[in-house]
Ligand binder design. Structure first.
Ligand code: HEM
Length: 162
């Protein structure tokens, strides 16, 4: 039995991979990030992130229409409001985070995680200028998402080597 995957065991009847590193041990992002960006700035940043995801090699996982992408980006941003040191918006609006469980319907391998991170990094690089993210905290945000995203991986690499 897999102690980390209390629920659900096998969505879509595929084997679920659990990273050996276990749940992430990482540093919090300084609350100054939320204070400077506010909910509006974080939502704008996630719209930009989702537009990049729509052009990426993992676009299939994300909503196809701009309208639905905006909705998804807003929901995702409500979690990042909390992760950047603000109020528990996601939890108030959508319930318990269960981040790994909420990603289990999607096949996320290490290559997919790297592509997601590439889109995030590109968005992050323009965040001080476009979304009022304090430049001195950009690397703290990067460390957080790099570390935490490892816990969303739930499949071994699907592409054959070589
Ligand atoms: C720091 C790591 C991550 C965080 C905090 C995060 C957060 C979230 C949140 C809050 C949602 C909305 C959940 C819901 O609708 O109930 C979501 C959805 C989703 N995430 Fe992540 N995620 C992370 C990493 C990843 C990675 C690495 C991938 C894939 C490579 C991914 C793919 C998706 C997909 C496909 C959805 C559903 C579509 C959507 O609503 O956008 N996520 N994520």
């Amino acid at each position: 039995m897999d102690i980390f995957n209390a629920y659900p065991d096998r969505p879509g009847d595929r084997p679920i991979h659990t990273p050996a590193s276990g749940p992430p041990q990482t540093d919090r992002v300084p609350p100054a990030v939320y204070e400077a960006m506010g909910e509006a700035g974080i939502v704008e940043m996630f719209f930009a992130f989702y537009e990049r995801l729509a052009e990426s090699t993992i676009a299939d996982m994300f909503p196809k229409s701009e309208k639905n992408r905006r909705k998804a980006a807003e929901k995702n941003a409500s979690m990042f409001v909390f992760l950047f040191g603000g109020p528990h918006l996601f939890q108030q609006r959508h319930g318990p985070p269960m981040m790994r469980a909420r990603h289990l319907p999607f096949v996320i391998d290490e290559a997919g995680r790297q592509e997601w991170l590439r889109c995030f990094r590109e968005t992050l690089d323009e965040a001080p200028e476009l979304f009022s993210m304090p430049a001195e905290h950009v690397e703290a945000v990067w460390k957080f998402v790099s570390d935490f995203s490892a816990w969303m991986v739930n499949a071994v690499d699907t592409k054959e080597e070589g």
